[in-house]
Design a protein around this ligand. Sequence first.
Ligand SMILES: Cc1ncc(COP(=O)(O)O)c(C=O)c1O
Length: 453
Amino acid sequence: MKTRYEKPVIIKLQSGFMNKFGNSSLYTRQIRKDIAGVSVGELTKTHGSPLFVYDEKALRERIREVHGHFSTRYPNVTFGWSYKTNFLQAICGIMHQEGSIAEVVSEFEYDKARKMGIAGKDIIFNGPHKSMAALTKAAEEGAMINIDHLDELYDLEKVANQLGKKLKVGMRVNMDTGIHPQWSRFGLNLESGQAMDAVKRMVSGGKLELNGLHCHIGTFILDPNAYAVEVEKMVQFAYQVEDGFGFKIEYLDIGGGLPSRIKLKGTYLPPDVGIPPIDEYAEKITNALYQNLRPGDFPRLILETGRGIVDESGYMITTVSASKRLPDGRKAYIVDAGVNLLFTSFWYKFKVETDRETQGLNEPSVIYGPLCMNIDVVDEGSLLPPLDRGSRLIFSPVGAYNNTQWLQFIEYRPRVVLVGEDGTVDVIREREDLSDIERREILPERLAVGTKV
Ligand SMILES: Cc1ncc(COP(=O)(O)O)c(C=O)c1O
């Protein structure tokens, strides 16, 4: 058999380092031929490239696993699906089937959850900007509104007046849990007394009744202890409010922030070593509850975990359209998806897999997208074997934030498919075309091409 030509590669030997023959990273391949049992070739043949692919079985297993870590430790647990993490209807549908209520941060997301069939009472309404119209609608429909600032408190008093009834509301608080930078822009601060002042204002206004506390300490939290601090401070504050003003705090919403298993840029340890398992978080959180709650008191514990649930069920298949050698000697591959579709590439070091066996030595390779902008780098350096044009690269995990923060910039947004538990592939979002993009544009007649000035 004729062997394929393999380009010679000169590898500098460094004393103290393993050489070409002892360094397995030069030969190691990360190959993925299928996603959830459906071949990558088949997926792209039918649905094109680039392509987002979700694995329903993995998603359901993950939410059950994460929920199980909490519900086996505490009797009153509710998950609120964070729409901003992924608001594709099919994904939200799965989350709701698995028992999650909805967590939204805008009127748009609120409307989306209502359209999904979620009742107002099962929608947590967070966020720093809620219009009067949105607040009124949410209050009428009995949503769980978490007040972000005093102006919103005043707005809600007006809404209560309009509706002619006292409104039950929650309040977002922020605090020092040891996480830096502290997420202090959202909610009212505990340590400075701002949160307590807001409670007093509620009492004196006589229109609002505080029945819940909310806090979101940040995202991709790597220290489970931070949640223990959060819970302790929330419970203590809840009792101050209950004892001092007669309110009953029915829920403690501790927000999201659990990490997915991926290496963050700038971190040293691989995810298996650097990212604590979710049950460690559950243990810390529920221990803090038991240590601080009064006997027999089991307020509803709400979690709004986003990326920690959905991220790892999402994959992005891309196609190598060209390769080049950059002036600094690095190998570069151009693929058909860039930061327009993979927003999380700004802080994730994705897992990169190829769809086929390839001969030749690995070398550090840059992967960039089609945007014709210097920022469009999906991976600044992964060890890849020589890849032919048309090879597929599969990036993961991409299930969180990419289908909500993607941009219609330079390229159409591609199809999104879901591989069901029985292997059926459903299109859950169609590829865009020009009509989607121009649908809202208006070209004044006098500016049509060919019209004289
Ligand atoms: C209020 C709130 N809840 C939940 C989330 C989901 O966070 P994560 O994806 O880190 O779990 C966010 C994300 O920023 C948020 O702002």
